[in-house]
Ligand binder design. Structure first.
Ligand SMILES: NC(=O)c1ccc[n+]([C@@H]2O[C@H](COP(=O)([O-])OP(=O)(O)OC[C@H]3O[C@@H](n4cnc5c(N)ncnc54)[C@H](O)[C@@H]3O)[C@@H](O)[C@H]2O)c1
Ligand SMILES: O=CCC[C@H](NC(=O)CCC(=O)O)C(=O)O
Length: 493
């Protein structure tokens, strides 16, 4: 097995740090074993990036764009193999990982448009003076990725960062190094210049030495609110460095006035169980009205949940859901379910381990209405909590009772309910009769509270990849028609 894990100064090499492995969650087999990047590797990455940062950042945009577009072409050529690697490393079914590679390809076009729309050039002439707004790259930025979208989400930072003229140091999730290695091979083939891009896989030691490196200009992080909080505290000491945090959520979905129940139930399934509930935008709390209509909604939902197919990434026919990322993650979810039951939750559909392997869980549904102090936790898996409500305003108040604020949804055929919901709900993604998942890359993507730090990604990623420069420019200095009081220029000639 080739265990080259580091891409540094345009070359591949094995890491010199601690050994770590990537595990196929479907089978428990080891997919890849390699060594983490050491603090010395991190130093070399920053040194080689610094050496080229000026030249890369001042190259014409079209030249950087050509390399990034070549990368998109290579992604399209290798779509099947990359989709298989994502599927093997995360357990997500192949139909879904193909959409992930599709999103990576589309990100290039979207990011080129966003670069011009959000950070382009604007110039105004007033006589001999040109007032210009332009943007410059930060320099050398790091990207830390999560495991749930090991291709698409780091790519959502890397592509706009490179287009804007930054050099990038990428540390993927330690659970998905193989996807990163396969992706970076395509960057190499696309002709990314030596030093512009480094891949430094590893665990905590690698992450810390990148995040605390004196030559770092910015960090774009996607992951848990816990880790994001640690980084936020570290960066509080370094106001000159930009930090973009894309973090978790405890997302609410509210069921309002509905006649056509089946499509709404479908939206709940897509919201709560897509990617086995391992999306930051997944609905975690479902607010359902008390009374017979709400009871009927739950009956139809329970029936649909029981029919969801869970299976291996390459099963034929394809399952809707694969395993969780690991047996440990599955056990944590089962423990969380038990804790909620101990607090008074009623089990409507239990999560259950499947005989395929330790990481496989069936989707679960709990009624937690009776729990007075529901823990405000993101349960990152296929566990949805139902809360029955009497009053729509009270449902919105409870929906807002979270330290997070990523996504929220209303399922209702009543326009007035939607208007009221939209006006009062607090989240960065607010959807009506659409799942809470599946956000568009053509819109900003981010949340409030502990879901982010007001640096939305996707369309707005361009904003954190460059800083604005305002210039007033004239070919020579000129005297004003009248000098201000207290100034005398001389000697007269
Ligand atoms: N808002 C979003 O766009 C978004 C998207 C995907 C996932 N997420 C969130 O990510 C979480 C799941 O991903 P995860 O488990 O991979 O997240 P994580 O926080 O465990 O890890 C994310 C990255 O941070 C690194 N890291 C871990 N500890 C660190 C530390 N102390 N200092 C520096 N770096 C450290 C990891 O190695 C990894 O590369 C969920 O909470 C989910 O909601 C958010
Ligand atoms: O797990 C978190 C991401 C979920 C995903 N969001 C996006 O893809 C954002 C759009 C983009 O970055 O292009 C979703 O909403 O399902």
């Amino acid at each position: 097995m080739n265990n080259d894990s580091i891409y540094l100064a345009g070359h591949w090499a094995p890491g010199g740090g601690a050994e770590f492995s990537s595990i196929d969650p479907s089978s428990g087999a080891t997919l890849w074993t390699g060594n983490a990047a050491t603090p010395d590797d991190v130093n070399v990455a920053f040194k080689s990036a610094r050496a080229i940062a000026g030249a890369w950042g001042t190259r014409p945009f079209a030249e950087r764009e050509a390399i990034v577009r070549r990368f998109a072409e290579l992604l399209a050529e290798h779509k099947e193999s990359l989709a298989s690697t994502i599927a093997r490393e995360t357990g997500k079914p192949l139909w879904e990982t193909r959409t992930e590679v599709g999103a990576m390809i589309n990100k290039v076009d979207l990011s080129v448009k966003a670069y011009w729309q959000r950070t382009g050039v604007s110039e105004n002439r007033n006589g001999a003076v040109l007032s210009a707004i332009r943007h410059k790259p930060h320099g050398v930025v790091a990207v830390f990725g999560p495991y749930n979208f090991p291709g698409h989400l780091p790519n959502g930072h890397i592509v706009p960062a490179l287009l804007a003229g930054n050099c990038v140091v990428f540390k993927p999730s330690e659970q998905t190094p193989l996807v990163a290695i396969e992706t970076v091979k395509l960057w190499h083939e696309a002709g990314i210049p030596e030093g512009v891009f480094s891949l430094l896989p590893g665990e905590l030691e690698t992450a810390e030495s990148i995040a605390q490196h004196p030559q770092l200009d910015g960090l774009y992080f996607t992951g848990s609110s816990r880790t994001g909080g640690i980084l936020n505290r570290q960066f509080a000491e370094m106001p000159g460095k930009i930090l973009a945090l894309e973090m978790g959520g405890n997302n609410p979905q509210v069921v309002g006035k509905i006649n056509d129940i089946v499509p709404a139930v479908y939206d709940v399934i897509q919201s709560a169980y897509l990617s086995s509930g391992q999306r930051c935008t997944c609905a975690r709390r479902l607010f359902v009205p008390q009374g017979p209509e709400g009871d009927f909604f739950i009956t139809v939902l329970v029936d649909a949940i029981r029919k969801i197919m869970v299976g291996r990434w390459n099963d034929d026919p394809q399952p809707f859901m694969g395993p969780l990322i690991s047996a440990t993650a599955a056990q944590q979810l089962l423990d969380a379910e038990q804790e909620l039951v101990d607090l008074g939750a009623e089990v409507l559909v239990p999560m259950q381990r499947l005989p395929y392997g330790e990481a496989f869980l069936t989707p679960g549904l709990l009624d937690v209405t009776r729990i007075d102090d529901l823990p405000d936790e993101e349960h990152f898996g296929p566990l949805l909590k139902v809360i029955r409500y009497d009053d729509f305003d009270d449902a919105i108040a409870q929906a807002n009772a979270t330290r997070y604020g990523l996504s929220a949804g209303l399922l209702s055929e009543d326009q007035a309910q939607w208007n009221h919901f939209y006006a009062n709900i607090r989240a960065g993604i607010v959807n009506w009769n659409r799942p809470t998942t599946g956000a568009s890359g053509a819109a900003p993507f981010g949340g409030v509270g502990e879901s982010g730090n007001h640096r939305a990604a996707a369309l707005y990623a361009a904003d954190y990849c460059a800083y604005p420069v305002a210039s007033m420019e004239a070919p020579k200095s000129e005297l004003p028609a009248q000098l201000p009081p207290g100034i005398e220029l001389g000697p007269e000639v």
